[in-house]
Write a protein of this length. Structure first.
Lengths: 254, 246
C-alpha cells in the first residue's frame, strides 16, 4: 500500500499539488484521473521520487520515502515497475535486451535463466517471436506491452502507469487496460495508473482518485463514480458526448 | 547569472557521474560499446583529414621557402612541429567536437525526450553514471587517435613533400629528427587528455539537461559543438601558456 499525506508541490510561484491526501491499495488498480494540468503526472512523479514535494509525506508500507536514505530509495526503486506514456524502451537494445535489462542490473542470474524469465513475461503480455526486433520495428501497442513486460520482469511490488492508453486505438487500449488489471491481481501488487480515459475508469478503476487544479476533489470506485452527485465528478465524467448519452439513458431507466 | 548556474550544474553533474556505480559487468559492456561508437568509428575521418592536412602543411612550407639558404629539411621539421604540437591534438579535437560531441548530445538528448532517462532513474539506476562514465573511460583512449593522426599527418607531409618534388626523402626525414624535444610530446598528450575529458562531459551535460522536444535536441547539439570548441580552445591557450612558456 502507498499512503500520501498532505503533499504539496510547486514549480516557481505556481503551486501544482495543493495538499493531496489519499491511499493506493494493494492488489487493486488505483486510477488517478483529471483534466490536463490537474497535477496527475506531477503526483505520479512525486510517488516515484522523481520530484520532491515541499511539504507532506509519501509512505511505502510503513516508511516514508522522505525518511529513506539513498540506498533505501535505490532498493525501493528496484521494487517499482513503470510503464511510461511513450513506452520509454531503450532504442539501442532489442526487445529481449530491453526486457532483460532490470534482471541484468539487479540480479545475479545466469543468462539462460534470465532468458527464460524474459520469454515467460513476453508470453504473458501476448508477445512472441519479437525478441530480436528493435523498438522502432514494432507497433505502439506492442511497445506498450514490451514496456509492461519490462516493468514486471523483476517481480515488482508496485506498478505505475502513465497514460498507458495514449495514442492507441480503442481495442488495443482495452487490451492494455485488461492486461494491467490481470497482472495487478496475479502478482498482488499495488498499481497506480494515471489516465484521463473514461473507458479505463469503467474497465479497471477499482479505486479512482479525481484531481482538479491540484486538489483531490473525489475518490471512490468506478461503480460509485456514475452514481455520485459531486459536481466536479459529473463535469469530468460527462464531458464527452458518449457519456452524456449514457447518463441520459441511465436517468430515463431510473 | 545563468552562466554561473550552468557551471554549477556541470560540476554537480560530474559529482553524480562518479557516485553510485553501475554493475561492473554492465559497465564493461557499455565501455566497449562507447569505444566502438566514439573511438573506432572516428578513425576514418581522422585518417582522411590528418593525411591531407599534413600534406598541405608540407606544401605550404615548401612554397613559402624562397631563400635558397634555408635547408629543405625545414619542410619535415615544420610539418612535424605543426602536426604534433597543434594540428593533431587541438584541431582534430575540434573536429571531434563536431562528430563525437554532437553524437553524444543528440543520443542523450533523445533519451531525455523519450523518457528513457526517467526510466533509468525510476529503476534506481544512477543515469549519469550509466550514460556518462562509459564515455569518459572510452575517451581516455582518445590519445591513441591522436597518435594515429600524428603518424598520418607526418606521412601525408612526407608523401606531398617527396612526391611533389619539394624535398628528398632523406632531407624530409632529417627534418623530422631535427631538434626533437620529447617534452613536446608530453605537452601534446597532456592537452589531449584534457580535451578528451571536455569532449566526453560537455556534450553529455548539454544532452542530459536539455528540455523540450526534437527541435531542442538539434539546438542542444549545436550548442554542444560551440561550447566544446570554445572550451578546447581556451584550455589549449591556458595549457600552452603554463607548459611551454618558461
Amino acid at each position: 500500500m502507498i499512503k500520501v499525506e498532505d503533499v504539496h508541490k510547486s514549480f516557481g510561484d505556481e503551486e501544482i499539488l495543493k495538499g493531496i491526501t489519499t491511499e493506493f491499495d494493494k492488489g487493486k488498480t488505483n486510477l488517478i484521473i483529471g483534466q490536463s494540468g490537474s497535477g496527475k503526472t506531477v503526483l505520479l512523479k512525486c510517488l516515484l521520487g522523481l520530484f520532491k514535494p515541499e511539504k507532506g509525506r509519501i509512505y511505502y508500507g510503513d516508511k516514508a520515502i522522505q525518511d529513506m536514505d539513498d540506498e533505501e530509495q535505490r532498493q525501493l526503486r528496484e521494487e517499482i515497475g513503470m510503464l511510461f506514456q511513450g513506452g520509454a524502451l531503450f532504442d539501442s537494445m532489442n526487445i529481449e535486451e530491453n526486457v532483460m535489462f532490470p534482471l541484468r542490473m539487479f540480479t545475479k542470474q545466469k543468462k539462460a535463466d534470465m532468458l527464460g524469465r524474459v520469454n515467460e513475461v513476453l508470453k504473458r503480455v501476448n508477445l512472441e517471436n519479437v525478441n530480436k526486433k528493435f523498438p522502432a520495428e514494432i507497433s505502439g501497442g506492442m511497445q506498450k506491452r514490451v514496456s509492461i513486460a519490462r516493468a514486471i520482469v523483476n517481480k515488482p511490488k508496485f506498478l505505475f502507469c502513465d497514460e498507458p492508453n495514449s495514442g492507441l486505438d480503442p481495442k488495443t487500449a482495452t487490451l492494455i487496460d485488461t492486461l494491467i488489471q490481470e497482472i495487478t491481481h496475479e502478482y498482488d501488487i499495488t498499481t497506480v495508473v494515471v489516465t484521463h480515459d473514461m473507458n479505463s475508469v469503467m474497465e479497471i478503476g477499482e479505486k479512482v482518485v479525481l484531481l482538479k487544479h491540484g486538489k483531490l476533489v473525489w475518490q471512490g470506485t468506478n461503480q460509485e463514480i456514475f452514481k455520485t452527485d459531486n459536481e466536479d465528478v459529473t463535469n469530468f465524467v460527462y464531458s464527452s458526448d458518449l457519456f452524456k448519452k449514457i447518463r441520459e439513458v441511465q436517468l430515463k431507466e431510473g | 547569472m545563468k552562466y554561473l548556474q550552468d557551471i554549477g550544474s556541470y560540476f554537480l553533474m560530474l559529482k553524480r557521474v562518479f557516485g553510485s556505480f553501475t554493475k561492473t559487468s554492465v559497465l564493461r559492456h557499455l565501455i566497449l560499446k562507447e569505444i566502438d561508437d566514439l573511438i573506432i568509428s572516428s578513425l576514418g575521418i581522422v585518417a582522411f583529414i590528418s593525411f591531407f592536412v599534413g600534406g598541405v602543411v608540407a606544401i605550404q612550407t615548401a612554397l613559402n621557402m624562397n631563400n635558397p639558404l634555408i635547408p629543405k629539411s625545414l619542410i619535415g621539421f615544420a610539418t612535424r612541429q605543426s602536426v604534433v604540437l597543434e594540428f593533431a591534438p587541438t584541431f582534430i579535437s575540434i573536429i571531434m567536437a563536431g562528430k563525437v560531441g554532437s553524437f553524444i548530445t543528440s543520443s542523450i538528448g533523445s533519451m531525455r525526450v523519450t523518457e528513457q532517462i526517467d526510466a533509468l532513474e525510476v529503476m534506481g539506476i544512477n543515469s549519469l553514471n550509466y550514460l556518462v562514465f562509459p564515455k569518459i573511460v572510452a575517451l581516455m583512449f582518445y590519445p591513441f587517435v591522436i597518435v594515429f593522426s600524428m603518424f598520418l599527418g607526418v606521412t601525408g607531409g612526407w608523401v606531398a613533400g617527396v612526391y611533389g618534388g619539394f624535398a628528398s626523402s632523406s632531407a624530409f626525414v632529417a627534418g623530422l629528427q631535427e631538434d626533437f624535444i620529447p617534452y613536446h610530446l608530453f605537452y601534446a598528450f597532456f592537452k589531449t587528455f584534457v580535451f578528451s575529458f571536455i569532449l566526453a562531459t560537455v556534450p553529455s551535460w548539454q544532452g542530459y539537461y536539455m528540455k523540450g522536444g526534437a527541435l531542442e535536441v538539434g539546438k542542444a547539439s549545436t550548442n554542444s559543438f560551440v561550447w566544446t570548441s570554445v572550451l578546447i580552445i581556451a584550455a589549449n591557450y591556458i595549457i600552452t601558456q603554463l607548459l611551454l612558456s618558461s
